[in-house]
Write a protein that binds this ligand. Sequence first.
Ligand code: 5GP
Ligand code: MN
Length: 325
Amino acid sequence: MTTRKMNEIARVIEESGSILLVTHTFPDGDALGSQLGLGHILQDMGKKVVLYSEGQISYLYNFLPRCTELFDIPPGDSEIDCAIALDCGDRFRLGREVDNLLKIKPFMVIDHHAGHKDFGDLRWVEAGRSSTGEMVYELARKLGVEISYEAAYCLYTAIVADTGSFKYASTTAETFRIAGELVNIGVKPEEVAGKLFDNYTESRLQLLQAVLSTLELYSIGRLAIISATKKMFEITGAELADTENFINYPRSLASVQAVALIKETEDGISVSMRSKGDCDVAEVARKFNGGGHRNAAGCKFKNGETLKEVRDRIFNELLPLVEGY
Ligand code: 5GP
Ligand code: MN
């Protein structure tokens, strides 16, 4: 079934001259890695590729080959034969251009989110996959193209980012097999790990210090909550993007089953959640119109709620959840 969907997408790609690739807003490593990786693959096939992503791309991903070619202009200005959304589980995460984007026919979707909400014309969704990067690798094999070093670099980064360096439950033997093939192409795991994780500026480390000082623990250490306030950003000079991976510090506590990071942003409050094993934080995110995976999910509050109010609402949902573990 899923292979049939992949084959259908491959057929549309083969018949198309120019292809638009889009991912979700505030793209993370898997979103950008799979978008850029597929971009390289399609260009190598002689296709015209338009990369679209709304808003600023976090400076943390500038190291991805040709990342800065991403641009933020409404599509529709150029001749496009088809579009592919990567790593996007919900049409609204495509951003403000969602309606224009979906006018591109056929609009195809490659995604691995559990609780994926169907959109577009042709969907290849596999919740059992570790990352969208892994799926793009399979697609490239189906297309029969030679995967370049640049493409491999992007796809490997996507996989490492979404598996937390092959740590999360989503990591399978298939994940290792594909990562191994990407390493065979020439990707250096040490280099990618360095770019993804050992990339701190001084202000980012100071922000981490401030954020970790907010640590609250409940239910004999099963639940952890940390917060990042506007004031902390002002004082340290760090930016929102710098909070990436902060949530993994409380997650490293042996006792922890679920963690929430509550962030004060320009237009409201953004919540990231992580959990271990069967503890399902996507369930909590969905209660607040967010989404994600069982062990990594998030949601946004844009109706003027304060950080404290959001923290309380999240706390009230997470506390009973962790009590069961
Ligand atoms: P992060 O905490 O890294 O921002 O997000 C973790 C995961 O949660 C993402 O990969 C994404 O699947 C999901 N997620 C985060 N924020 C939102 C949101 O506002 N809406 C939806 N539907 N999913 C989100
Ligand atoms: Mn992903």
